[in-house]
Design a protein around this ligand. Structure first.
Ligand code: AMP
Length: 230
């Protein structure tokens, strides 16, 4: 994936890159690519919370059932893991957020957190991935997660001989509990109920870009980078 220097340096001046989108909109993939291209860490609140569940910490046990049902975790618990992550030194030059904020209160909490960290309130770019329901269902039907390392695959896009094992450690690929269809429908509903409040919050102070996310991964990345090249 190529990008020009001007695009990268313009984007680097934005400390906080926020990628919003419904379940299976491809936000996780784009987050990783933006993080690589801009050389800043990607921070997924879903991954931070799943890590707590795997470690069986008190917080992990508290959120486990909520996550299995596809329900949102209380704001204060999400802020606890997020603040801890953003306090690490590798976040000081910026970071790509994924899965956060999920509601207006979280948008406000993030503003406070950024100010505490010494970032400019304006130093955010917000991308909203727009994806059709048919594309979501296609992606959902093929999604698998490695039981050992947590890497996700889409078996529709893999060669059949490799469709059941992880290409990193050879472990079995499984469907995540929250990939179950009724859970995803719950999450879609939640997303639709909360996105307008978040966008209202950022329209006053941030830069919100709607990105057509039905295309290829490369096209979506190019489209995002084109919005930061000014
Ligand atoms: P994700 O990996 O972003 O799809 O998130 C997986 C699950 O983690 C969600 O269904 C929620 O239960 C929880 N979660 C992740 N991020 C948040 C957040 N910002 N606020 C509340 N719950 C969250």
């Amino acid at each position: 994936m190529q990008s020009n220097t001007q695009e990268v340096s313009a984007a680097k001046s934005e400390k906080c890159i926020i990628v919003l989108g419904p379940p299976r909109s491809g936000k996780g993939t784009q987050r990783k690519r933006l993080s690589e291209i801009l050389n800043i860490p990607h921070v997924s609140t879903g991954e931070l919370l799943r890590h707590q569940v795997r470690l069986q910490t008190d917080l992990g046990r508290e959120v486990d059932d909520l996550m299995k049902r596809g329900e949102l975790v209380p704001d204060e618990l999400v802020m606890e893991v997020l603040q801890r992550r953003l306090a690490q030194s590798d976040s000081s030059n910026g970071f790509v957020l994924d899965g956060f904020p999920r509601n207006r209160a979280q948008s406000r909490a993030l503003d406070d957190c950024l100010i505490q960290m010494g970032h400019d309130r304006q130093s955010k770019l917000i991308f909203l991935l727009m994806v059709s329901e048919s594309a979501i269902i296609h992606r959902l039907s093929g999604r698998r997660t490695c039981a050992a390392c947590g890497k996700t695959f889409n078996v529709v896009e893999l060669a059949s001989s490799k469709a059941s094992t992880c290409d990193i450690d050879g472990s079995t690929l499984v469907s995540r509990n929250d990939d179950l269809e009724h859970t995803v429908r719950n999450r879609l509903l939640l997303f639709e109920q909360t996105i307008s409040g978040i966008l209202a919050h950022y329209s006053e102070q941030g830069k919100v870009f709607e990105i057509d996310a039905d295309g290829s991964v490369d096209e979506i990345t190019r489209s995002i980078l084109s919005k930061v090249s000014f």
